[in-house]
Design a protein around this ligand. Sequence first.
Ligand SMILES: C[S@@+](CC[C@H](N)C(=O)[O-])C[C@H]1O[C@@H](n2cnc3c(N)ncnc32)[C@H](O)[C@@H]1O
Length: 331
Amino acid sequence: MSNLARLYPLLDDVRLPDDMPYSQVSKWEQGFLYLLGRHHLTGKGRLVELGSGGGGSTYALALGLKESPVFDERTGRLHAYDFFRVGKGTFATEKFFTSGAKPEDGNSFLEDFQARLEPFLPFLEIHAGDIWQTSDPDDHSPIEFLHVDIAKTQRVFRCVAERFLPRLEPGAVVLHQDFASPRLPWLHHSTGALLPYIELAGPPVRSTLAFEVVRPVPEEVWRRIAEDAYTVDEKLELISAVQERVDLDHTGGVPFRPVLELAKAFVAHYAGRPQQAWKIAEPLTSDEYLSRTRKDHFEQLRKALEAERAKTPRPSAVIRFRRLVRKAIRR
Ligand SMILES: C[S@@+](CC[C@H](N)C(=O)[O-])C[C@H]1O[C@@H](n2cnc3c(N)ncnc32)[C@H](O)[C@@H]1O
């Protein structure tokens, strides 16, 4: 049993305040964050949240830390990274503003975040802006806890993989939010590459996969993850390895095996192989969960395939064209 498994039986009894800040993560995931802060983390290493948004997840974790018998507010630090503003490419929603909408005179919700997180500001260190600018490439200090709710693009995942993941040592805990998103396959194949060195906490909690690093990860593995140095076939195998370990989530609502199968289709899609992507995705269109929740994903893959077919002339059209050319030359 993993060190984190003991938190699962406590999940049902977590009672968070009614006026928690708006969050894109579920009550279950907030509960898990709270329990980690309350019963597991010490604050001796860095506690890092990437993608704090309006503070819903940050609040749950910080509350747990505040109530923890071992976390020392004077020395422990929770680092919160986010744009803290809305706008194109930020993946932040106007719901992160206290009013629920962007005011006329600005696009930053940082002050709203600070007001909500007021009880925890003494131990909260806020890094506002693009993570590539706000993180320090020379900071190699060990990270005790990493909540990843930011890696919505490959560009951002690369920053996470270069500057944060290699700072995880045995004992460190990672939470991958959005693990149930097939469009983010880098979360899945990187986890596959780490399997020999980590212990999964247990089933995912809704969309979040939690694991603990239990053996030192070789530098070469960190390098390959950061440089995206796995072939398509290797990535598919790595995801298959995760599929063998992860099935239904803790609440019974998310079936990860088909979700991860669809993630494989996105590996092929991002590699510019629409035919292979559709070959993987098509049989999944009859999956009850995916057909109900991921219609847009199938649409995206189908459109990419159609676009590819439209670019490639069909053989009969090619033959007709050649005949016309020959005729024209004979004249
Ligand atoms: C899914 S939201 C986080 C939700 C939050 N954890 C909650 O509990 O509601 C993802 C966040 O990542 C942030 N983000 C995405 N790319 C970023 C980048 N390059 N630098 C900083 N923040 C980024 C967005 O601003 C957004 O708030």
